[in-house]
Design a protein around this ligand. Structure first.
Ligand code: NAD
Length: 339
């Protein structure tokens, strides 16, 4: 028996019931990233479940015994398994997070659906091929389970603010989107697109409300630097990805008729256009003082999972269909690269 903290005990005292939650895959995003001293918290599935007043971290599962042991100690949860099917059968979970490599997602989803888990929080990318992603979508749509894909930027306060500005036309029409993805020195393009590009593509889909239509893809002979252009909801986009840098960049630059927003990991810059202080008869951009001390990306995602577990009719903000659309675009990009 686990003793609950004050928040959880208060919730129980007011007659609330705890949602039973489990995690499959107790590696970085499952648990370990919580101890990254610089990351915004919660930063892992274990962290977000542990901190939610209406949820109980009931069990964890990993094929690696060391991960199970570390999880037991870190989260004071002695209930671990090496077989996810057994865990799902025994624990009758309301919410399960699948935080294993993409090639395992289909089989684990099959099992979660078989045991009627209410909400499956599935890590991105949905799968490592479009065929498997479609299989997951089909099996979920024929079940009572809902799936939330952890394309977490859909939930972050910065990007939600961008979406509202676009939808409300605060700065007029969105004219163009530039997005940049640099993921260190040595990443292969295809793996970068699957691992990180899926976040960018899904974000562009989320913000524009439409699927990217690719017009061109070009890359250098070493396939280290890549540009993709096209349209999304009648807005032109340019998506750049590459390696050979010693740093990470995930940035989207939204250019409006009379404003601009540049947003990336850890920063948000919003500009409106004003009479230019530099030139007669022109306008220039001025940066506004808009700050988001926290993005709440993980806690807002998990709030959606709890909402969906409690309400049969609720539709997730990040659906399996959205996840499949991201994979579809990635596969189109890779086809261009292979030509
Ligand atoms: N949303 C994000 O920002 C984000 C960040 C990191 C990783 N991810 C995604 O999360 C997933 C896991 O990535 P990670 O970096 O945590 O990897 P990881 O290697 O650190 O952890 C994966 C864990 O899954 C375990 N595992 C593998 N097969 C299993 C099985 N059949 N049953 C039980 N456990 C199994 C491994 O032993 C390992 O401990 C990937 O899909 C990755 O793309 C998402």
């Amino acid at each position: 028996m686990k003793f609950f903290d004050n928040m959880k005990s208060q919730y129980l005292l007011t007659g609330g019931y705890m949602l039973k939650c489990g995690i499959i895959g107790l590696g970085r995003i499952g648990s370990l990233l919580e101890d990254d001293t610089r990351r915004e918290k919660p930063a892992s599935h274990a962290g977000v479940i542990d901190s939610h007043p209406e949820c109980e971290l009931r069990a964890g599962c990993d094929i690696d015994g060391e991960k199970n042991n570390a999880f037991k100690i870190r989260w004071n949860c002695s209930n671990t398994y090496s077989d996810y099917d057994l865990m799902l059968k025994n624990e009758k979970l309301n919410i399960v997070a699948i935080a294993t490599p993409p090639e395992t997602h289909l089989e684990i989803c099959r099992s979660a659906v078989k045991y009627n888990v209410d909400v499956i929080v599935l890590e991105k990318p949905v799968a490592h091929s479009i065929d498997q992603a479609n299989e997951i979508a089909d099996l979920v749509s024929a079940s009572n389970s809902k799936v939330i894909i952890n394309h977490e930027r859909r939930y972050s306060l910065q990007y939600r603010n961008c979406k509202k500005i676009i939808d409300d036309k605060l700065y007029g029409d969105l004219v163009s989107i530039k997005s940049t993805l640099y993921m260190g020195r040595n990443r292969e393009l295809a793996s970068m697109l699957y691992d990180d590009g899926t976040h960018m593509i899904d974000l562009i889909h989320y913000l524009s409300g439409s699927r990217m239509q690719i017009m061109s893809v070009s890359c250098d002979t070493n396939k280290k630097q890549f540009y993709c252009t096209g349209t999304v909801n009648n807005t032109m986009f340019c998506f750049e990805a590459g390696s050979r840098r010693d740093h990470l960049v995930f940035e989207i630059d939204l250019s409006f008729e009379n404003g601009r927003i540049t947003v990336g990991n850890g920063y948000y810059h919003e500009f409106n256009s004003i009479v230019s202080p530099f030139y007669d008869n022109y306008k220039s951009l001025q940066m506004l003082d808009v700050k988001f001390p926290q993005s709440k990306y993980f806690s807002e995602m998990f709030k959606d999972a709890v909402r969906c577990a409690k309400n049969r009719n609720a539709v997730p903000v990040s659906t399996v269909k959205n996840g499949v659309e991201a994979i579809t675009v990635i596969e189109q990009m890779i086809k261009f690269l292979l030509k």
